[in-house]
Design a binder for this molecule. Structure first.
Ligand code: SF4
Ligand code: SF4
Length: 197
């Protein structure tokens, strides 16, 4: 009886030893999370985000602190996207309300810290911000070039107007009766009258 039980136990051990592994070597390996998992930090792509701040307005616990900048063409862009995970309820309202579907969970559940105040994650990296600065400078240059192209060519018009002035004056003077010639005529008429008298 003792020998049979030992062999059965050894058989189970050997079967699992060579079978599929059911455990992960955490934290080196992480269990992949399901699509619907709400956890970790919020992530977004600043190139897709339109800076509408609807996610922040929808948040019931004021867990999002956003800084938005406007480019030279009046379009808004995200500069800082602070997600205070210590305040977050993981209700998913911010993700659901995003009109361009750029907001999502990074599913990094292995976050740990000593203080709740340290649980602040910026979805914008320093690299994102430097790319944004380059983008904003580029938009400014394009906007200035477009504005310059749209402006009417003022100096040319002025020059033309000035050039037209003498011609207009000449035309006016040609139309007007010659005033000095009228006086001698009147004098001649009076003289004639005097002679007749
Ligand atoms: S999951 Fe809910 S509580 Fe957390 S940031 Fe989004 S809206 Fe706010
Ligand atoms: S709702 Fe979406 S598009 Fe609007 S600010 Fe938030 S992340 Fe950006």
């Amino acid at each position: 009886m003792f020998g049979k039980g030992l062999l059965t136990g050894m058989g189970v051990t050997i079967k699992h030893f060579f079978g599929k592994k059911e455990t992960f070597c955490y934290p080196e390996e992480k269990l992949p999370m399901a699509d619907g998992f709400r956890g970790g930090d919020l992530a977004m792509d600043w190139r897709v985000c339109i800076g509408c701040q609807l996610c922040s307005m929808a948040c019931p616990n004021k867990a999002l602190d956003l800084t938005v900048v406007t480019d030279a063409k009046k379009k808004r862009h995200m500069k800082y996207y602070l997600h205070k995970t210590g305040r977050c309820l993981f209700c998913n309202l911010c993700v659901e309300v995003c009109p361009v579907h750029t907001l999502h969970w990074d599913k990094n559940y292995a976050n740990s810290t000593w203080n709740k105040e340290d649980m602040i994650h910026d979805a914008m990296t320093d690299k994102d911000r430097s790319d944004l600065e380059v983008f904003l400078a580029d938009v400014k240059v394009k906007a200035e070039a477009e504005a310059a192209a749209d402006k009417p060519e003022a100096p040319k018009t002025e020059g033309k107007a000035q050039a037209d002035k003498p011609a207009a004056k000449a035309a006016d003077s040609a139309k007007k009766p010659a005033a000095p010639k009228a006086e001698p005529k009147a004098e001649t008429a009076e003289k004639k009258k005097g002679g007749e008298a």
